[in-house]
Design a protein around this ligand. Structure first.
Ligand SMILES: Nc1nc2c(ncn2[C@@H]2O[C@H](COP(=O)(O)OP(=O)(O)OP(=O)(O)O)[C@@H](O)[C@H]2O)c(=O)[nH]1
Ligand SMILES: C=C(OP(=O)(O)O)C(=O)O
Length: 212
C-alpha cells in the first residue's frame, strides 16, 4: 500500500515561534524551511509513500518544496492547522479516492525513510491511527485508510484528542525519527543527536547551540 502524505506548513515568518530563544528572527524562517525540506525529502524517499502534498501559503517554501517533488496546495481555508489538513486531505481524496492518506508534521528534521515505512505499514492495519510525538503529548502522524476521513485534531494535547476521536495509537518502538518534532531548543538538540538531514544541518550550523 502506498500513501499520500499531507504536510501542513505555516508562513515561514510566523513558524517556530517557540524557537525564538534559539534562533533569532533573521534565522528562524530559514530553519523552519530546512525542517520542512528534510521532512519532505525523507518522506519522498520512503517506498511506502506515493506522493507528498504540502499545504502552505508561503511562496518561498512552496517553491523550495516543489523542487524536491512535493505538490503544493494553497491554504485556502486560512483557518489554522486542522482546517488546512482537512482541506488538503479533501483535495487528495477527490482526485484519488482509493488512496490512504496521512498527515505528517513539517518539523521532523531527523526523519528516516525506513522508520516512516514501519509506521505507515502499522497504520495500514487500522481505519485511523496516529503516532504520538517524542514528548508523548502531541502527534506527529495521523493516518486514514481509503474511504475514511482524516478528522485531524492536532494542537494542544492532540495525543489525548486523537485517541478520544477513535484513532488507534501506534505503540511502536524504535521509530524515534518519526516522533522527534522540533518545537523548542531542547527538541532541536535531541533531533541533532538523532542525526538531521542536510538542510537542517546547514541551518543549525549558523546557530550557537551549546554542546554542538
Ligand atoms: N498550512 C498550515 N499549516 C500550519 C498552520 N498552523 C500550523 N501549521 C503547521 O502545523 C505544524 C505544527 O504547527 P504548530 O506547532 O502549531 O506551529 P509551529 O510553527 O510548528 O510552532 P510554534 O510557532 O512554536 O507554535 C507545523 O508543520 C506548522 O507549520 C496553519 O494555519 N496552516
Ligand atoms: C500541533 C502539534 O504539534 P506541535 O507539537 O508542533 O505543537 C500537535 O502535536 O498536535
Amino acid at each position: 500500500m502506498q500513501w499520500t502524505l499531507v504536510v501542513p506548513l505555516k508562513p515561514l515568518a510566523q513558524a517556530k515561534s517557540r524557537l525564538a530563544d534559539t534562533a533569532d528572527d533573521g534565522l528562524r524562517p530559514g530553519l523552519a524551511l530546512a525542517f520542512a525540506q528534510d521532512t519532505v525529502a525523507a518522506a519522498l524517499a520512503c517506498p511506502a509513500v506515493r506522493d507528498v502534498a504540502v499545504v502552505t501559503d508561503d511562496a518561498r517554501a512552496g517553491r523550495e518544496l516543489a523542487v524536491l517533488g512535493a505538490a503544493i496546495i494553497p491554504d485556502e481555508p486560512g483557518g489554522g492547522l486542522n482546517a488546512a489538513l482537512a482541506h488538503g486531505a479533501g483535495i487528495i481524496r477527490s482526485t484519488r479516492p482509493g488512496s490512504p492518506v496521512a498527515a505528517l508534521n513539517a518539523d521532523l528534521p531527523a526523519l528516516r525513510p525506513p522508520e516512516l515505512t514501519r509506521v505507515l505499514d502499522a497504520a495500514a492495519e487500522f481505519p485511523r491511527a496516529f503516532l504520538p510525538d517524542a514528548a508523548a503529548i502531541g502527534t506527529t502522524l495521523l493516518a486514514a485508510a481509503p474511504g475514511r476521513e482524516l478528522l485531524p485534531v492536532f494542537g494542544t494535547d492532540s495525543r489525548a484528542r486523537h485517541r478520544a476521536s477513535g484513532a488507534v495509537e501506534l505503540g511502536l518502538a524504535d521509530v524515534d525519527s518519526v516522533r522527534q518534532d522540533v518545537d523548542t531548543g531542547d527538541d532541536l538538540r535531541n533531533a541533532l543527536a538523532l542525526g538531521v538531514g542536510p538542510h537542517t544541518a546547514a541551518a543549525a550550523a549558523r546557530l550557537l547551540i551549546p554542546g554542538q
